[in-house]
Each structure stands twice: as C-alpha cells, then as structure tokens.
Design a protein around this ligand. Structure first.
Ligand code: TXA
Ligand code: MG
Length: 346
C-alpha cells in the first residue's frame, strides 16, 4: 500500500496537509497521527469497514476494543448513555487530555469498535495535531496505539515511519509525544470508578475530584492477568525482541546483581542492556541507557528505549524498579508487561 506521508511542524501547522489526511479518514481510510500520549492509528469509529482496517494494519485480535477520539465534549451524548455526575466531573476537569472514559455505548457505535462489548471507551486528546485531524475529519476517530500488536507503543515519528509505512493510507509525522505512556483508562459504568489501565492522570489525581477510585486488582500479577477487565491488558505487550527482567531491591544490591549477571551473560556470548535512572548510570556495566532524571522522564522515554535496545541488538535487558505510586504505577505496569512479569529480587 502506498502511504501518504505528511510532515507537520507543530508550531506552524500546514492546514492543507492536515485536511488532506483528515479527508482520508472521512473516506473510510486509515491515518496515523500524533497524540500527547502515543501515536494513534485512526479510522472512522462509526464505519465497521474502516475499523476493520485498523485491526488488519496492527495484526490485532478483534476482541480488543478501540478508543474513540472526539473533538468536543458535547459529541459524547450521541455516542454514550447513562453518564453519571462523576463522569461529567472527570470530563470537565481532565479533557482535553490523557484520560479515557468507559461508558455504556449507544447503538451508533458498531460492535467492531467496542470489541463486542456494550460499553465504549472515549477520549478527547489535547495534542494540537490530533485535534485538528479529528475536527477536519468530522467523524469520531477510533485509534489504538499505532504499533504492530505486541510491540511498544510509538512515541516518536521515526517509530511509526519505520514500523507502519506501507501498512496504512496516511501517516502524519509530528514530533515526539509529551507523555510517552498511553492514557489512563477509567471505567465509569460502576458506582465506584475503576482504573483499568494506569496512566499519567493518576488514582491520586482522580480521587481529588471524585472521591474513591479503585484499580483493577488483576493488573499487578501475572497469574491474574487473564482476568484483566480491559481486554488489551491481557495480551503480551510492550515487548522488545530482547528478554526483559526487572531487578528489585536496595540500589547497591541491584547494581551488584546486574553487574554479576552482565558478566555471566558475556561469558555465554550474550549482549546485555541496562535501563536505569540517570543518576545511577555510572554504577553499571553493559549497554547502559538512562531512562531519565525523574519519573516523568522515565514515562516519556520508556517505549523509545525499549525500541533502542532492539537496535543495539541486546539479548537481555535488566531494568531498575520504580515506586508503584503516582506516575510510577503506570511505568511499572508497562515495565512488568514488557518483562512478562519476571522480577529478580536481591
Ligand atoms: O493514549 C491512548 O489511549 C492511545 C492514544 C492513541 O489515544 N490509544 C491507545 O489505544 O492506547 P489502545 O487501543 O492501544 O488501548 C486501549 C485500551 C485497551 O487496553 C483496551 O482493551 C481498553 O483500552 N478498552 C477499550 N475499550 C474498552 C472497553 N469498552 N472496556 C474495557 N476496556 C476497553
Ligand atoms: Mg496499545
């Protein structure tokens, strides 16, 4: 397939180029565009044939529902029903932004989009390019992360170009994502809302405005993973080609353990990557890559660095562990999945 590529400068957006890409969406075709979280692979959410093309391009199981992206809040009343006070509060406070809300769907949403469920996931992105594309397309846009199913989500223009050129009708290249982790997914169909996927809008942020929020208990353990309420959280995900391990414990113990393993691997002819905070870089041997200075940076860089590890052709990757609160919860959720829940305790 010939892919139409548009390179957009976020500070000086070429409206005609964006309209050209939006027209493809309006005609039932697939277009990749940047959002503030990760790049999305979009198609008309109300058109079953268009949505089918998303699953094909990603190689994604079709029971995994898609997020519907809209331009303005008032569109939601045509797509979803039984919208609670708390849902209104969350939308007013956090949209446009990196949070997706699950509501009961109206008939207009095809089951192909909702993965056969009676609920629908909706969000309003804040990224200026995403907003223009959705507005010009004039239809709600279903858009999962624009990676081949199972791979880390794309956070940079290069990632989508390398992986998806030729698989979709259009690609809008528009720089790096600001957050680098996918949106928080919040189920608002129950009295006490439940986080089905942690993101940069945290449990703590939500509890400040709507009171108690729970977290899908199946997210933290491998054995419980098959029970995850967001179908997408059941699948292997965020995996580079290398085998990833999380090494947990006091920092000096972690450093000793990793360095010991790097030497053992070397004797076996295996190349080892290490992912750590910038301040700990000097402690390690092997192909050491900094994830950043703080948790916000780690979130932004994680998927890019998992991809970088593949480029370095490493066989095994060890990562430091991060605290499971605030944004750390989303980081550990993605890291645990990319590691297949393998943790080395020191
Ligand atoms: O940040 C994001 O959310 C990005 C950008 C492109 O907006 N999109 C994204 O979509 O991450 P995707 O398809 O990769 O992840 C959607 C997640 C999946 O885990 C899916 O199972 C869950 O949301 N989901 C969607 N609809 C759902 C529903 N009705 N009930 C439960 N989970 C749902
Ligand atoms: Mg995804």
């Amino acid at each position: 397939m010939k892919t139409i590529i548009s390179k957009i400068d976020i500070n000086n957006m070429d409206k005609e180029e964006l309209k050209k890409q939006a027209k493809l969406l309006n005609e039932g075709k697939t277009v990749i565009f940047p959002t503030e979280t990760v790049y999305g692979l979009g198609a008309n959410a109300l058109d079953e044939d268009a949505v089918k093309k998303i699953y094909e391009a990603k190689g994604r199981p079709s029971d995994n529902p898609l997020i519907v992206h809209i331009y303005e809040k008032n569109e939601i009343y045509d797509l979803a029903k039984d919208i609670s006070e708390k849902a209104e509060t969350v939308m007013n406070k956090f949209w446009p932004g990196p949070i997706t809300i699950i509501l009961n769907k109206k008939e207009i949403i095809p089951y192909k989009t909702s993965g056969g469920l009676n609920t629908v996931a909706i969000r309003i992105p804040s990224h200026p390019i995403a907003r223009k594309i959705i507005k010009y397309a004039g239809v709600p846009i279903a858009a999962p992360s624009a990676n081949i199913s199972g791979r880390p989500s794309p956070t940079k223009a290069d990632h989508v170009y390398e992986e998806m050129n030729g698989r979709v009708n259009g690609i809008v290249l528009g720089g790096d994502s600001n957050f680098g982790l996918e949106s928080t997914v919040l189920d608002m169909t129950s009295e006490v809302p439940m986080i089905l996927r942690p993101g940069s809008i945290t449990k703590e942020d939500l509890e400040e405005v709507i009171g108690e929020v729970t977290i899908d208990p199946s997210l933290e353990k491998k054995e419980d993973n098959k029970k995850a309420r967001a179908p997408g959280m059941k699948y292997t995900h965020y995996s580079p080609d290398a085998d990833v391990y999380i090494v947990s414990g006091a920092i000096e113990n972690v450093a000793n353990k990793i360095n010991e393993l790097v030497s053992v691997n070397l004797e076996k002819g295996l190349k080892t990557g290490v992912m750590c905070l910038e301040k700990n870089k000097h402690k390690y041997k092997g192909e050491v890559v900094s994830l950043g200075n703080n948790l916000d940076e780690v979130g932004r860089n994680l998927f890019d660095i998992l991809r970088e590890m593949d480029k370095k052709n490493v066989d095994i990757v060890y990562s430091e562990e991060f605290p499971s609160q605030g944004i750390g919860r989303a980081i550990m959720n993605r890291l645990l999945k990319s590691a297949g829940y393998k943790i080395i305790h020191t």
